[in-house]
Design a binder for this molecule. Structure first.
Ligand SMILES: [Zn+2]
Length: 373
């Protein structure tokens, strides 16, 4: 299965010029090859094959300095692209249609080229793209690629540069053992806890980001309204917020990927903020965890992996005993669940996660019964 990942490129001025030259050279190569095919067809009623054009390119490189600077495989990819246009053209003629002859590409109508083998001419590194003849261009990978990069495409959209990495992510989800299920409790101390006592920590950037957001927020409120300095301070605050949001989304994707790869059934509590949490600082740390966004990402991944996600309302989740169902009242500061009825002792969040799993399974059962009736 092939999945594409698109990232913004940030070339410096020199690199941007090199990329523009490369794009223009690919465009001219495309048009020159089209001209050759056209002439051969009109003058001699014969068609030119891709293999011929590709072998001409080897000679042209020795005399054309622009062609000499193209990566060979990427030039072949551009010639193949034209070849595909012609194959489609001839296919339609055979089918009795009257297709338009393949067209020359005007500037602005040709916006990309391709490296058909990752590593040959372009290699995607963590935060850079290494280009032959151009060097290391900065990449913002807002989320990591999955699988192995196979093909790299470089694209210009309205003056902005992008890289599109086509990755082989294998034959869908890995097979899971039957009956793997998990309950998820959203935490204050932890991002989440499972019914098995496994914990995902809140990422460390979060605390650091909170501190910087507070400083940037104070800077905004100190500046005069409508002034230029205030606008600058607002822009800084926005930039920090955007970075935090990106990192948070990455973290959510990573955790969700891991969960759907291991569990066929996932029960999670459904609300962003529990009603009983009124403390402003705590509720901020909950909202920072972005539980709602996480659940949306988890749902999308579960669907494409064939897992089931059931959301469960959290009322009474941490007060009920997961062993016997007795209600054991406890304040938020009490971190251990101790049941006087059945003498079960568990971490508070693990007890909650077990209740969530049980409720999720009960919901799934009732849905199945309704469908059966
Ligand atoms: Zn109990």
């Amino acid at each position: 299965m092939i999945k594409a990942f698109k990232y913004r490129l940030y070339p410096n001025a020199h690199q941007a010029r090199e990329l523009e030259i490369a794009l223009e050279t690919h465009r001219r190569l495309y048009n020159a090859r089209l001209e050759q095919r056209k002439a051969a067809y009109e003058l001699e009623k014969k068609s030119v094959k891709y293999a011929e054009q590709s072998s001409w390119f080897k000679h042209e490189r020795s005399t054309n300095p622009y062609f000499a600077r193209l990566n060979f495989s990427s030039a072949q990819a551009t010639m193949r692209r034209l070849d595909k246009a012609f194959q489609a053209f001839f296919r339609r003629i055979k089918a009795g249609e009257k297709p338009g002859y393949p067209r020359f590409k005007a500037r602005g109508r040709f916006d990309s080229w391709t490296y058909p083998a990752h590593g040959d001419g372009a290699r995607l590194l963590h935060d850079q793209l290494r280009f032959q003849h151009v060097g290391l261009v900065k990449v913002r990978q807002h989320r990591p690629v999955e699988g192995a990069v196979k093909i790299v495409q470089v694209k210009n959209e309205a003056g902005r540069w992008f890289v599109i990495a086509s990755c082989d992510i294998g034959d869908g989800p890995a097979p899971r053992a039957e009956d793997t299920s998990v309950g998820l409790d959203v935490g204050l101390e932890y991002f989440l806890s499972t019914d098995q006592g496994e914990r995902v920590n809140n990422p460390r950037y979060q605390k650091e980001a909170l501190r910087r957001l507070r400083i940037a927020g104070r800077a905004v409120s100190r500046k005069r309204k409508g002034g230029r300095n205030r606008a600058k301070a607002v822009a800084r605050l926005r930039a920090i917020q955007a970075r935090v949001a990106n990192k948070r989304r990455d973290h959510h994707h990573k955790v969700a990927r891991d969960l759907v790869s291991r569990y066929a059934f996932i029960a999670a509590e459904s609300l962003t903020v529990r009603n009983r949490v009124r403390n402003r600082r705590l509720s901020r740390s909950i909202s920072d965890a972005g539980w709602r966004q996480f659940l949306n990402i988890l749902r999308a991944k579960a669907e494409s992996a064939g897992s089931v996600l059931v959301e469960v309302p959290p009322q009474g989740i941490s007060q009920a005993c997961s062993g016997c169902g007795a209600v054991v009242r406890k304040a938020l500061s009490v971190r251990t669940h101790k049941c006087p009825a059945c003498s079960l002792r568990l971490q508070r969040d693990v007890n909650a996660a077990r209740n969530i799993l049980a409720r999720g399974q009960a919901r799934l059962e009732s849905v199945r019964l309704n469908v059966a009736q």
